[in-house]
Design a protein around this ligand. Structure first.
Ligand SMILES: [Zn+2]
Length: 158
């Protein structure tokens, strides 16, 4: 028998129609039936991490399909959900970490190339892979290598 971590009460399975999911994007209504654990005593609701991950992936997919650039609060949500640090993303897309911070606070509007790449990264994560991030990392690495090769071959001609 599961016990409530807050009051040691008995945990039972419960469900609700159209669960209201509180995110930093605001309240999101999850349509249909949502199952969760609930304490019989204090009535606290415990939604599993797996369930929240599914919802977050659904939300990222929705944001990634928007035709306009992402808004600051959408970027805050995105960075809180993606399994990469802001540093990793900044490096992959060739931006400064401080540039990304200005997008998040709304100090600067996000540029289109950044928005495009970030949406691809978001979509990949929702689909369960890291294709774009891997491609960006590889492209950056091979760029460094080819530059070296060019310089060496020029030196050989001279
Ligand atoms: Zn309880």
């Amino acid at each position: 028998m599961k016990q409530c971590p807050l009051c040691n009460g008995k945990i039972v399975q419960a469900s609700v129609k159209d669960y209201v999911y509180d995110t930093n994007l605001g309240d999101i209504t999850i349509k249909g039936i949502t199952k969760f654990d609930q304490c019989k005593e204090c009535k606290n609701i415990f939604v599993s991490g797996q369930q929240m991950e599914r919802w977050n992936k659904g939300l990222l997919k929705e944001l990634a399909s928007k035709k306009r650039t992402l808004k600051p609060k959408e970027l805050v949500f995105t960075f809180s959900v993606l399994p990469f640090s802001q540093n990793e993303i900044a490096e992959a897309v060739g931006r400064n970490k401080s540039t990304l911070s200005k997008y998040k606070t709304g100090e600067n509007p996000p540029d289109h190339a950044f928005d495009f790449l970030l949406k691809k990264i978001m979509f990949d994560y929702a689909e369960g892979h890291e294709k774009t991030m891997n491609e960006l990392r590889e492209a950056y690495e091979s760029e460094g290598r080819s530059e070296d090769t060019e310089i060496t071959s020029l030196a050989a001609v001279w």
